[in-house]
Design a protein around this ligand. Structure first.
Ligand SMILES: Cc1cc2nc3c(=O)[nH]c(=O)nc-3n(C[C@H](O)[C@H](O)[C@H](O)COP(=O)(O)OP(=O)(O)OC[C@H]3O[C@@H](n4cnc5c(N)ncnc54)[C@H](O)[C@@H]3O)c2cc1C
Ligand SMILES: *[C@@H]1O[C@H](CO)[C@@H](O)[C@H](O)[C@H]1NC(C)=O
Ligand SMILES: *[C@@H]1O[C@H](CO)[C@@H](O)[C@H](O)[C@H]1NC(C)=O
Ligand SMILES: *[C@@H]1O[C@H](CO)[C@@H](O)[C@H](O)[C@H]1NC(C)=O
Ligand SMILES: *[C@@H]1O[C@H](CO)[C@@H](O)[C@H](O)[C@H]1NC(C)=O
Length: 498
């Protein structure tokens, strides 16, 4: 190749060609809207990429932790929101280690699957009996499901390698496509029911095992998309854990290590601004307006990362004077109510005449309009996690998930007696209704949105992955490193790199 055309080629790849001035200075100030796991992980990864010089501010209207929160029952804290983690949730694992926190195994009692009239499956304390029961009821479906989920998980795990090598994606679809190709993106467009039927799982298995798993994890049945369905099934595997002292400690810890400043306020609007400079190009900034106890105020930022679900009922942020306009997000979130009850379960409600024969510590349910609960299970306090093996059953703290707040009548049907009740009503996760496109990550030049990934699957680790992706994206777009964005065939490329 002649030298001149080589130069042209190099020029085409240079940062200037990407619309950024060459040797661009570091950004001065970055705002993160929302102090949940997504926002605090974003602060952490932004600090890692941009270094010590940049000022990072996290704007939070309620409490750092967001959907990771505990409720107190008789002096002990219990997880009320996001509670269990998978052993392969590597970002969360890394945070816990880096922050000097500890992981505790999540124990659960014997499981039963209730269909509103009777138990269609009852776990035994004998492993071999469970294996025989599963074979008897569902044939090879459970084993095949395990392999099906493992295959998806294997591909999903590629994200950690890509992110370790500093690669990032400009949209949620591209990110998922880079992990599992068309198989992954197609899973977003079909229900878990359709996906598993295509893979020849039986109706009985889907109704009695898959559906109850969706109901406990996402408050919805088998009409949720295939990808979140698979994530949910992975959450039924062994080795689950949570953070001793409460998962929200990860968020406060990330704020601390990232040396980000938390500002208490509700972000109301964001507007792009251009400031002329006497030399060189004008500076482009974002004006973020927020409400604090001292009144409405605001500041200018070079980069803004939104780490809260965008819609009118949730973050309710107005995007002023964007050209083209930022799209309006209106897809709803699903309401799930977590009720913590210290009491004795009413065995006869579940059709057991002899309460001493009733030994379940976790009850899952199939789809039945008569049922007013999704699931219930005995939980241990966040401080005592992993201390004793066995959970008390006689008088325990139960976590009940339901769509609506339970009435007094419903509580006294479920419990023969109880001492205390604590309720937390959440707009918990997306109300899934495939096929749906995923919201964009890039809302404007330096304005990024994390929570679109929840429409593929909502989970703590997904928010952490989206946070790292957005931090890398902001960094590479700021400095014009196009070679790190949206690379095709990364899986093959990175195979030969080592
Ligand atoms: C009941 C329940 C059970 C769950 N179980 C699990 C589980 O077992 N495992 C798992 O991995 N995941 C689980 N999840 C999902 C998980 O909790 C979420 O996916 C995750 O916590 C989302 O984190 P985030 O930071 O993206 O959002 P959020 O935690 O919602 O953080 C957003 C933050 O932004 C703040 N905010 C919103 N609007 C504004 C504004 N305008 N200005 C300033 N601040 C604003 C909010 O106050 C909030 O703190 C569960 C969720 C619920 C509700
Ligand atoms: C999935 O559906 C969306 C929106 O309905 C569509 O834009 C997209 O092309 C579909 N993707 C696949 C892989 O079928
Ligand atoms: C700001 O917050 C105060 C107190 O919470 C509230 O009364 C006021 O209406 C809010 N202002 C705006 C513009 O949202
Ligand atoms: C959202 O904010 C706008 C303007 O700030 C306000 O008029 C509207 O009532 C808010 N919507 C909800 C549902 O809170
Ligand atoms: C328990 O459940 C049975 C059957 O649903 C119901 O009749 C009874 O009122 C419930 N409550 C108590 C305290 O037994």
């Amino acid at each position: 190749m002649p030298a001149a055309s080589l130069l042209l080629l190099l020029a085409a790849l240079s940062p200037a060609a990407l619309g950024r001035g060459e040797q661009r200075g570091a950004p001065g100030r970055i705002a993160v809207v929302g102090g949940g796991i997504g926002g605090t992980a974003a602060a952490y990864f932004l600090r890692e990429k941009f270094g010590r010089g940049v000022r990072i501010e996290v704007l939070e209207r309620e409490a750092v932790g967001g959907r990771l929160a505990t409720l107190e029952v008789e002096g002990e804290g219990y997880e009320a929101g996001g509670s269990v983690l998978h052993p392969l949730n590597l970002h969360m694992k890394h945070f816990v280690k880096e922050l000097g926190l500890s992981a505790a195994p999540v124990s659960s009692g014997l499981a039963g699957i209730y269909n509103g009239e009777e138990f269609v499956f009852e776990e035994s304390s004998w492993y071999i009996i469970n294996v025989l029961k599963l074979l008897w009821h569902y044939g090879l479906n459970p084993l095949r499901m395990y392999m099906w989920v493992e295959d998806i998980l294997d591909k999903f795990m590629r994200i950690y390698r890509y992110q370790t090598y500093d690669y990032t994606f400009s949209s949620n679809e591209r990110l998922l496509h880079a992990l599992g190709g068309n198989d992954f993106t197609q899973m977003l467009n079909q229900t878990i029911d359709e996906a598993m039927q295509k893979a020849s799982f039986s109706h009985k298995f889907i109704n009695e095992v898959v559906c109850p798993t969706m109901r406990v994890n996402y408050g919805q049945g088998v009409n949720i998309n295939g990808f979140v369905g698979a994530v949910s099934l992975a959450g039924a595997e062994s080795g689950l854990w949570s953070v001793k002292g409460g998962n929200k400690l990860v968020c406060t810890g990330l704020i601390y290590t990232s040396k980000a400043e938390v500002i208490s306020g509700t972000v109301l609007s964001i507007e792009p601004k251009t400031r002329p400079r006497s030399t060189g190009d004008p500076v482009k900034l974002y004006q973020v307006t927020y409400n604090t106890t001292a009144g409405v105020t605001g500041d200018m930022y070079d980069i803004v990362v939104i780490a809260a679900p965008l819609n009118r009922r949730m973050a309710n942020i107005t995007f002023k004077n964007f050209n083209p306009p930022v799209p309006e997000f209106s897809s709803p979130y699903h309401q799930t109510v977590a009720t913590l009850v210290h009491g004795r379960l009413n065995a006869s409600f579940f059709g057991y005449q002899d309460p001493s024969a009733f030994r379940f510590g976790a009850i899952f349910t199939t789809e039945n309009p008569k049922l007013f609960i999704n699931s219930l299970g005995v939980v241990s306090p966040v401080e005592k996690k992993g201390e004793e093996g066995k959970l008390p059953l006689q008088s325990a703290v139960w976590k009940v998930f339901s769509k609506e707040v339970l009435t007094k009548e419903q509580l006294s049907l479920l419990f023969s007696s109880y001492d205390s009740v604590k309720v937390k009503k959440w707009l918990a996760y997306p109300h899934y209704s495939p096929p749906e496109p995923l919201p964009p990550i890039i809302l404007h030049e330096q304005l990024y949105y994390l929570n679109g990934i929840e429409w593929a699957a909502s989970a703590m680790e997904m928010s952490a992955i989206a946070a790292k992706n957005a931090a890398l994206l902001a960094y590479h777009r700021w400095y014009g490193n196009a070679d790190k964005i949206d690379q095709e065939d990364l899986h093959e490329k990175l195979k030969t790199e080592l």
